[in-house]
Design a protein around this ligand. Structure first.
Ligand code: ANZ
Length: 924
């Protein structure tokens, strides 16, 4: 083979890897393990574009590098294959989502294989396969069968909770449960009906069914999460969304709030991602207290982080959804208050929160009493109070809180600068004391005031210290078809689990993927959607699991994907443990990355896995943006002017398919056949060329700037694609795809190839010993590659390969002792060409089984020194001499140097100073 024939080489090695299962990873106790994971894709109909593989390439390079370093590496790939797009397509076309999903997966797999990834395909998982989701259902069942014990800080079995209730009721147990869980004694418990007992247990289960306020989108027939709703409309499709109370399954992730927070200290993730999780969890330390409602036997509970400002409270504000709102509205306020509530309820909380400009609210007509000073204060309903946070009610301190202040100013409520308060014992701010301006009090004083206030609350039994988390329990069901069915049936209106032996509960066939006529989820269309037990036949749950269910534990399944007895074999799980490197998009910062940490902690609690944090190190790759090209049409004509001439005409810019443009030059023939209306296009050229304009935009079909990796591979090969994606810039950065530089990378590979070949294209390496310079080039590159790998800096390695190949080319080096290690160095980045060269070098084994070359410092030590020679204080000459020379030898060499001789004219100098390894100073 003469030329670098990448097409042939790449196909050859891809099939070699597949046939010989080169990347299959099995437990091997004699080797250290490395688990390299990519966020698995949802296989969409559009296939992969060049942005998708960016992270996969990086993790592939690390995977191969770790293999060379002697690790046993697990690098799997699979598909997150339940999801909305396949279902929407099914609704439109009637095609079963399983069919389109399968087609898309096949296409993805083919594209991924073309890039030459070192995936262990034998470990592939698909979340929509029954043998996978059987275990998603199984995990759901374990959550249903567990509660969270706050004393031991872990999940425990619900059966043990039942046993405690039998013995001592729920007065002593410290367990996470619903706010409105009743207090009962063992006698009460034992006298409850089975239904009542089940209802109570549901208030403790880690997954539970409860009435929740949700974003309901009637047109899509499903509940949407807060980030799927924009200004009251669905993000997908723009349909109206209303707030509605519905029975929904939830996951009690809030039980894990503190551990999710603490665990962040143990993982090596970027600070911004950790910070996003911290904010999402939103821990606040404060107090909860009640205000008596005037003239009623009822109290309003508030959560505050600033109980020390209690004397500055001038009104209470409730969320529009607060359960007391209706009864607090007095007749004289009814009209305005009810009209307001109606409008507010249909704005999502997120909209209400983000809209700081519109201040809306209404007075209820009722009053509450401040227990610290007996003062009567108005009760308002306000937009800015969230129903789902704290207690859904706030004590407003306008002088101290900006939102309270804006609200008070808007409605003319009092802003009290000086707190006039008093307490019987006088210890907490007494009458006339000012604590309102935090600028004047220290943190310590504030803390002290808070502690005193909390003590007062506890003494009066009107409140207590409280830690509040912003995070909410996660809604777990969707009224959709294409998801995991819940292994739950209903008896007497209450949920029960199916028997584990009946798993998986397979998704049933339906005639249409739409809700039923009576508004039930699509599973309402399935025939016999019931569960048969000895007691009879019971209806099954009709909602399905949300998209995040299957992706919350897939990293465990990869270790043992075909196990039919367990979700993962404990020995395998112990060996592979936590993911050493997780690469994926930052958009999953709060969704997937919190849910999977939560499930891992839960599985740890029940002894099913050995780790508490699933992802040790994470890197979030930046997005590859598109680089759009434009042509300029002279208005009202079919004439197109080249970029440099466009200002002479009245033109309008038009996106043109980047695939018919090369280095910003338009291919005129392809342009004409691009669309029928362009067949008779005319061009005004510059230098005989049509030059297009360019701009960086999001990569999208509508901008015609999508670049398909298949096209790049066909033209340049997968190795070029891989190197080029890394060469574009630091992995984490957002950067545009710009094909202009790709030729340079391709040339580099051709140059590399040439090092191993003579001028006739014959493979030829020399067995001669390398010289110092060649060794220096090699070892410099070994050092750099190793450092870059350890710091995940990929673009810099590509640059150092280029320098290395250039240096070896000018040294005309084709020595085996240099080229062999070089082949290993580049093999992680450009594995196909490396395998080919490796086999040409006479190896019969895959290069992945080679050893990463050892770096030797000695080759980098400079042997010569360039001495600056100054004569009478002025630098006159430079002299390169071996460092091994003695002072006298340096002096002698300096005085014999031709340039120096010109100055001394052969006369002995007055003085010569030599600093070995530094300078020579001559005085004449
Ligand atoms: C009085 C006060 C005075 C407050 C002051 C703050 C400053 P974080 O830190 O986010 O936990 N709050 C409580 N529940 C709320 C709800 N459902 N919707 C909107 N706001 C709510 O915030 C806690 C503070 O936010 C609480 O402390 C309460 O206002 C308000 F100078 O009470 B504060």
């Amino acid at each position: 083979m003469a030329d670098y024939n990448f097409q042939e080489i790449e196909k050859k090695w891809q099939s070699y890897w597949e046939k010989n299962q080169i990347f299959n990873a099995e437990v091997d106790q004699t080797k250290p393990k490395f688990y390299s994971l990519d966020m698995f894709p949802y296989p969409s109909g559009a296939g992969l574009h060049v942005g998708h593989p960016l992270g996969y390439i990086a993790s592939d390079i690390i995977t191969r590098f770790k293999r060379l370093e002697g690790y046993n590496v697990l690098h799997p790939m699979g598909y997150d294959s339940f999801g909305l797009p396949a279902e929407q397509y099914a609704i439109q076309t009637g095609q079963h989502p399983a069919i389109t999903t399968e087609q898309n997966i096949n296409r993805y797999t083919e594209q991924l294989k073309n890039i030459g990834f070192a995936f262990d395909w034998s470990k592939e998982v698909r979340t929509s396969n029954p043998d996978y989701y059987k275990w998603t259902q199984w995990i759901f069942m374990q959550l249903f069968n567990s509660y969270y014990d706050k004393t031991d800080n872990k999940a425990k079995s619900i059966a043990s909770l039942g046993a405690i209730f039998e013995k001592e009721g729920n007065t002593n147990i410290q367990a996470v449960c619903d706010e409105d869980t009743p207090v009962f004694s063992s006698d009460d418990w034992n006298s409850f009906s089975e239904k009542k007992q089940q209802e109570i247990l549901l208030q403790y289960r880690l997954t539970f069914l409860a009435e929740t306020t949700v974003n309901w989108c009637a047109a899509l027939g499903t509940v949407l999460s807060n980030d799927e709703v924009k200004d009251g409309f669905s993000e997908r499709g723009g349909h109206p969304v209303e707030r509605k109370k519905m029975m929904q399954w939830s996951m009690r992730i809030t039980a894990y709030a503190e551990r999710l927070l603490q665990g962040l200290e143990k993982v090596d993730w970027s600070e911004p991602i950790k910070e996003m999780q911290r904010n999402w969890i939103g821990k606040s330390i404060g107090a909860e207290m009640v205000f008596q409602i005037k003239g009623k036997d009822k109290q309003i509970k508030v959560f505050t982080t600033r109980i020390d400002t209690i004397y500055g409270v001038t009104y209470l504000a409730l969320a529009p959804e607060h359960e007391y709102v209706q009864e607090l509205i007095t007749d004289d306020q009814r009209e305005t208050a009810e009209a307001y509530v109606e409008v507010a309820k249909n704005r999502s909380e997120r909209d209400r929160m983000s809209d700081v400009k519109t201040i809306s609210g209404a007075f209820t007509g009722s009053y509450a009493i401040n227990p610290f000073n007996g003062e009567e204060i108005q009760i308002w309903i306000a937009d800015y109070v969230l129903a789902g946070y704290g207690t859904g009610a706030v004590m407003a301190v306008p002088a101290h809180d900006e939102r309270d202040y804006n609200f008070a100013r808007h409605f003319g409520l009092e802003v009290r600068q000086v707190i006039e308060g008093s307490m019987e014992n006088g210890s907490f701010p007494g009458k006339g004391e000012t604590i309102i301006n935090s600028g004047f009090i220290t943190d310590l004083e504030m803390k002290d005031a808070m502690n005193k206030a909390i003590a007062f609350l506890e003494e009066k039994k009107i409140g207590k210290g409280k830690i509040q988390y912003r995070m909410r329990d996660a809604i777990f069901t969707r009224q959709r078809y294409w998801g995991e069915p819940l292994p739950v049936f209903f008896k007497d209106g209450l949920p029960y689990l199916m028997d584990e032996k009946d798993l998986p509960l397979v998704l049933p066939e339906v005639d249409k993927y739409l809700p039923t006529e009576d508004g039930e989820p699509p599973l309402g269309r399935a025939k016999d959607w019931t569960y048969k037990t000895a007691e009879g036949e019971f209806p099954l749950e009709k909602s399905t699991m949300p998209g995040w269910a299957g992706s919350s534990w897939y990293f465990f399944r990869y270790m043992d994907p075909k196990n039919t007895e367990k979700f993962v074999d404990p020995e395998k799980e112990k060996y592979w443990g936590a993911v050493n490197l997780y690469i994926g998009g930052a958009e999953h910062a709060t969704g997937h990355l919190l849910y999977s940490r939560f499930w891992t902690k839960f599985l740890f609690d029940i002894g099913a896995v050995s780790i508490e944090e699933p992802f040790q190190k994470m890197i979030n790759q930046g997005m590859i943006q598109g680089r759009s090209n434009f042509v300029y049409r002279v208005k009202g004509s079919n004439q197109f002017v080249s970029y440099g001439l466009k200002d002479n005409y009245d033109t309008s810019a038009m996106h043109v398919d980047v695939n018919i443009v090369h280095n910003d030059q338009l291919n005129l023939e392809k342009f004409k056949s691009w669309r029928p209306d362009l067949a008779d296009a005319e061009f005004l050229l510059e230098d005989g060329k049509y030059i297009c304009g360019a701009e960086v935009e999001k990569m999208s079909k509508s901008k015609y700037n999508v670049v398909n990796p298949d096209d790049i591979i066909e033209r340049y090969g997968a190795d070029t694609l891989r190197l080029y994606e890394m060469f574009l810039g630091p992995l984490e950065q957002f950067k545009p795809w710009n094909t202009n530089g790709i030729d340079g990378v391709f040339k580099f590979l051709k140059k590399l190839w040439k090092l191993y070949h003579d001028s006739n294209g014959q493979f030829q390496v020399s067995e001669e010993k390398p010289n110092k310079e060649e060794l220096k080039t090699l070892h410099k590159t070994i050092k750099k590659t190793k450092e870059d790998m350890d710091s995940y800096s990929f673009n810099t390695s590509v640059a150092s390969f280029m320098i290395c190949v250039n240096e070896l080319t000018s040294l005309k080096c084709n020595k085996r002792e240099i080229l062999e290690p070089l082949t290993i160095l580049v093999s992680s980045y450009a594995p196909h060409i490396a395998e080919e060269l490796w086999s040409l070098l006479g190896h019969s084994n895959s290069i992945i089984n080679a050893t990463f070359p050892e770096f030797k410092e000695e080759f980098l030590i400079e042997n010569n020194h360039e001495y600056p020679v100054s004569i009478n204080g002025k630098m006159r000459a430079k002299l390169t001499l071996p460092l091994s020379l003695s002072r006298e030898e340096v002096e002698k060499a300096a005085l014999e140097d031709a340039t120096v001789l010109k100055w001394t004219e052969g006369n002995p100098p007055k003085k010569v100073i030599v600093v070995p390894g530094k300078i020579v100073n001559i005085v004449i």
